[in-house]
Write a protein that binds this ligand. Structure first.
Ligand code: OGA
Ligand code: MN
Length: 223
């Protein structure tokens, strides 16, 4: 039975997030973590969708930037991904939520975020994503990163934490277990981060809010 707490449309789900606290955290130190940010039935349907995509062999090895050298990419990251689209109701729901959150972030932080892009990610046992930035300072492309975890029954010895680092890329600032319904937002250009090796299959949605860097009406290629 779904409780009254979650009796909301996707847009309403974004309204439930504590925008003042999020804005303050992003401004103050550059990231925010919220537990139970989305209802468990939605994370369950997202997880089922990711598993369906995996079963149908529709996940692909993730690359790094324009890198086409598979071996090199494999040293950096070993997740399997599929970009979100509106092919199913549950993906549309998540994209509606992300869009509503974008509007709220724009209003709270005067960000002018333009577009959300995101993918499902499955980290098989042993997979990781070495320390990286999601966007490089001044590239003005990805501004805010979003990660939503889809892992009920996650145990501490499963590893797979998302670790956020200071500028030196070694001083840990936060170590975040990928617990179901936990939502992480951070500044893409400011926060080096990694996914520690996972000892159980690890599911997430990772996404980015981009700035409108269009020139002459031409939107730059999303990826
Ligand atoms: C990414 C990323 C983190 C995670 O895909 O760029 O950092 O916890 N993902 O899935
Ligand atoms: Mn990242």
């Amino acid at each position: 039975m779904s409780s009254a707490k979650w009796a909301d449309a996707p847009q309403g789900l974004a309204d439930r997030l504590p925008l003042d606290a999020i804005a303050e955290a992003l401004t103050d130190h550059g990231w925010w973590v919220g537990d139970d940010a989305l209802p468990p039935d939605l994370t369950a349907r997202l997880r089922a969708e990711l598993d369906r995509l995996e079963d149908e062999d529709r996940l692909r090895r993730a690359g790094i930037g324009r890198e086409t050298d598979y071996q090199l990419a494999r040293d950096v990251r070993r997740d399997r991904i599929r970009w979100l689209n509106r092919e199913s109701a549950v993906q549309a729901e998540l994209l509606d939520f992300a869009g509503a959150l974008k509007d709220r972030l724009n209003r709270a932080l005067f960000l002018g975020l333009f577009e959300f892009e995101g993918h499902f990610a499955l980290y098989p046992e042993g997979a990781f994503y070495r320390t990286h930035y999601d966007s490089f300072r001044g590239a003005a492309n990805r501004l805010v990163s979003l990660v939503l975890f889809l892992n009920p029954d996650w145990q501490p010895d499963h590893g797979g934490e998302l670790v956020l680092y200071a500028d030196d890329e070694t001083t840990e600032r936060a170590r975040i277990a990928p617990l179901d319904g936990r939502l992480v937002l951070f500044l893409s250009e400011e926060i080096p981060h990694e996914v520690r090796p996972t000892h159980a299959p690890r599911r997430s949605v990772a996404g980015w809010y981009r700035l409108n860097t269009s020139i002459g009406g031409q939107i730059d290629p999303p990826r």
